[in-house]
Design a protein around this ligand. Structure first.
Ligand code: BTN
Length: 256
């Protein structure tokens, strides 16, 4: 099924997210397009979708491989500052829920927001916020899902990434996945409230907790047992000397 705004928007009735969908056959990065149009205060919940990205971006200035078959979209939101910590949780949970609903696969979250299956990454999330003094001008949630794609062709990621089609041994209906993702994002965003329920669900899907981890945050490396997470998403690592260290951002590798 070809991805068009009409096809994606068909049969989904959401309150905020996905009421306006912009589709492009090819863009540099859906996050870049989304940020550009968010500056003009386009309606909240607008989704930018592309069949492929020529300069897809990941966290920490990494690139994100995004040919056709990798689902790529960005959602424009105007949240309150108090909602910011929950956007990561909403995005990760929406991917988990949509993947489960469309494929039956149970994926997991590796802190802070990598989605993986059996230790291999299938999805990444890049959230970019524009702040003016303490106010949020906009937030863009960019989501990439390795859907019908074989990472084996890409030496940089072949060891650590997989895709839904590789795991299932067949292609996945990409439009249905995208529709479900939009539905789940909308449900979670619209019912966020004080964030407690979202936090609990996010925490229970974290594969990181209880594991021996190494967290790298800039030049700072923290190693120990990932004990718990705070309600704002901060990871608490118990180092070997017993010190509990807070890590608010960075990358985590799970140690064997
Ligand atoms: C990561 O794991 O490092 C985050 C990857 C985020 C990729 C998505 S694909 C859609 C959106 N557009 C981008 O350029 N990046 C995000």
């Amino acid at each position: 099924m070809t991805i068009t705004p009409e096809v994606i928007g068909k049969n989904i009735t959401t309150q905020i997210i996905g009421r306006n969908i912009l589709h492009f056959p090819s863009v540099s990065s859906t996050n870049e397009i989304a940020k550009e149009i968010a500056r003009h205060r386009i309606s909240e919940g607008t989704v930018v979708v592309a069949d492929k990205q020529t300069a897809g971006r990941g966290r920490a200035n990494r690139s994100w491989i995004s040919p056709e078959g990798v689902t790529a979209c960005s959602v424009i939101l105007y949240p309150a500052a108090s909602q910011l910590p929950y956007l990561i949780m909403i995005a990760s949970l929406s991917v988990i829920r949509a993947v489960k609903k469309i494929t039956g696969i149970e994926a997991q979250i590796k802190w802070p927001n990598d989605i993986q299956i059996d230790g291999k990454k299938i999805s990444g999330i890049l959230i970019e916020n524009k702040l003016q003094s303490k106010n949020i001008v906009y937030s863009v949630i960019g989501i990439g899902i390795n859907t019908n794609f074989n990472p084996v062709q890409y030496p940089d990621i072949m060891e650590k990434a997989t895709s839904l089609s590789v795991v299932l041994g067949r292609d996945v209906p990409q439009v249905h996945l995208l529709q479900q993702l939009i539905i789940e994002l909308d449900k979670l965003y619209c019912s966020l409230g004080d964030g407690k329920m979202v936090f609990e669900e996010w925490r229970s899907n974290l594969v990181t907790l209880g594991q021996h981890v190494r967290a790298t945050s800039g030049d700072v490396v923290t190693e120990g047992i990932a004990e718990t997470v705070d309600s704002d998403g901060t990871l608490l690592i118990r180092e070997s000397e017993g010190v509990l260290t807070r890590v608010s951002h960075g990358d985590v590798t799970l140690r064997k």
